[in-house]
Write a protein that binds this ligand. Structure first.
Ligand code: SF4
Ligand code: SF4
Length: 544
């Protein structure tokens, strides 16, 4: 793990503009602010270009001889293919409204992390290589040529953007710098410049259906282990079904929930909810093949995102289900909500989702046939279908972090809050300019949640952590809820660093704590094995 300065040092951020013009400042690969390069074996698995051993710190990146031609041709193709890209290259008026809205700029003070300047890194090349004015006037028109050094600068700064889209909320023209980053990463990928932390999950997912490369039997074993845990806590035996043909609903969630704390508690939460609903008519199966909701392919190229996304509909078709229910994930929902239908649809073999418990038709999922679990659960609560005891969460003072993708790519603001307020008695909002569509990123999304990148993660996560600290100091908040598996991986170290008194949870962990299962024994502990409020002594007695 990269060494990170203590918080009191890291917070001394220099926001003064540098003395030189930005084009004259070469990229400096600073420790903790870049990620390891991708490995040849992973390139080979998905047939990606230029497999080789390399490091971003190397002088020679071992690019193909004609790299310049490949990248410029790739840019030309994309300027034709994506009207948004061409538009974003042309219309920025450099008003600066986005300049201070990026968490990486706030946390690092590096001007090239201002969204306007991040985009300018590629826009200047667009002008220099593709416009008449740029070709004639050069730097006077803000134009430059694509050089090896400029290419390295792209790598450094397009992997210092989490594609969170916060900046786009403030742009009067609707310029979405995340989309510019996505294209920038595609161009880097054309000559084999990618991250290990992105390519390894991509290759794993392509081989086994999930980012961690877990085989079907290991997936089943993990859920069986959770069943044992649930039985110990509740006395109730929960038996999920796998790969069951003819089930009504297929459930797909990020593998992070199955294999990494605290996501595992969220996974136990899903299992308990589904068990509870069986008696009310839920007919649902898990899949050990479509065993990943997330899509790291989206962090390399649209094409790779499409290839990995294809398994969702393929598995739904194979099992013959009516519709798909999706778990708490971030970018999974961006891909599902904004791309899946055109990537791999239309899914005419599926039906418009209807809750078998309440009869609610999820019209918003008419086209994708995929429903977000917070919509599903909020609907159950609205119809009074869940027997809940929110006091079981009384040891928690909860705030909610809107994960960037469900918030800005889907507009899921109310459902998680509605659920939390029904399963917890203590809920506090962070300041308005840090939540909902203005939410701050965790600092490690879009494949940047690596250990070697820790300095930048702590900087990028600083605005989010600062808002959490505010509600911690003011109301005693000790739990940060979210609906994203990457958040559940990135927020714990962020909290540990900036606000160590605050822990991280998924929403369905809170639901399961409050959910009263039929035939359960007297509950004394929550899903983490911690004593419930008022049960501390009973727990102690049991320990003796
Ligand atoms: S807010 Fe929009 S138009 Fe203004 S500088 Fe940023 S990207 Fe350009
Ligand atoms: S998309 Fe997010 S990380 Fe990227 S420039 Fe905009 S605010 Fe920064």
């Amino acid at each position: 793990m990269a060494k990170v300065a203590p918080p009191e040092e890291l917070v001394q951020i220099e926001h003064r503009p540098p003395d030189k013009a930005w084009m004259d400042i070469p990229p400096e690969f600073r420790e903790g602010r870049w990620c390891y390069g991708s490995k040849p074996k992973d390139h080979k698995i998905v047939d990606f270009p230029n497999p080789r051993d390399w490091s971003p710190l190397d002088e020679d990146w071992k690019l193909p001889e004609n790299w310049l031609e490949i990248v410029l041709e790739g840019m030309r193709e994309r300027l034709h293919k994506y009207r948004s890209f061409r538009l974003f290259m042309d219309i920025c008026v450099r008003c600066g409204a986005c300049a201070d809205k990026c968490h990486f700029f706030i946390g690092s003070g590096d001007p090239k992390n201002m969204p306007v300047l991040r985009a300018e890194l590629i826009r200047s090349v667009y002008r220099g290589e593709f416009t008449k004015a740029g070709k004639i006037l050069g730097r006077l028109a803000g134009a430059r040529k694509l050089t090896y050094q400029v290419f390295k600068e792209w790598f450094y700064y397009f992997f210092q953007c989490t594609e969170c889209r916060r900046c786009s909320v403030f742009c009067p023209y609707g310029i979405d710098t995340a989309e510019i980053t996505i294209i920038g990463r595609e161009l880097l990928n054309l000559v084999g410049c990618n991250l290990d932390w992105i390519m390894a999950p991509v290759a794993n997912c392509y081989r086994t259906g999930n980012h961690l490369g877990i085989q079907p039997h290991a997936y089943v074993s993990m859920l069986e282990f959770f069943s044992e845990e649930i039985e110990e806590i509740t006395g109730v035996t929960v038996e999920p079904s796998f790969n069951r043909k003819g089930a009504e609903i297929l459930f797909i969630t990020p593998s992070g929930d199955v294999f990494a704390d605290p996501g595992t508690y969220t996974c136990m939460g899903y299992m308990m909810l589904f068990h509870y609903l069986q008696d009310l008519g839920l007919d649902l199966t898990w899949s050990t093949y479509a065993s990943e909701g997330g899509n790291f392919g989206y962090f390399t190229s649209h094409e790779m995102a499409k290839r990995l996304n294809a398994k969702m509909y393929a598995e739904a078709k194979r099992l013959g289900v009516k519709w798909i229910l999706g778990g708490e994930c971030g970018h999974m929902w961006r891909v599902v909500n904004q791309y899946m239908d055109t990537f791999n649809g239309p899914a005419d073999f599926l039906e418009e989702p209807v809750s078998p418990i309440t009869g609610t038709k999820f019209e918003n999922a008419k086209s994708t046939k995929m429903v977000h679990i917070t919509e599903f659960t909020a609907d159950l609560i609205t119809h009074g279908k869940l027997n809940l005891d929110p006091s079981r969460n009384d040891h928690l003072k909860v705030t909610f972090h809107d994960s960037c993708n469900p918030a800005r790519a889907m507009g899921i603001f109310e459902e998680p809050r509605y659920i939390i307020k029904n399963v917890c008695n203590n809920f506090y909002e962070m300041p308005p300019n840090t939540i909902r569509e203005q939410t701050y990123c965790c600092g490690g999304g879009s494949g940047l949640n690596t250990d070697e990148y820790m300095d930048m993660r702590m900087r990028g996560g600083f605005p989010r952590a600062n808002a959490v600290k505010y509600v911690h100091d003011k109301y005693g908040v000790n739990m940060l809820a979210c609906i994203c598996a990457i958040d559940r991986a990135t927020l714990p170290p962020l909290m540990e660093y900036w606000v160590p008194e605050v822990d991280v949870t998924g929403v369905h962990e809170l639901v399961a704590n409050a959910l009263i299962l039929k035939g359960e024994k007297k509950r004394t502990m929550d899903l983490r094995g911690e004593p419930l409020p008022g049960m501390e002594e009973e727990e102690d007695e049991e320990d003796v």
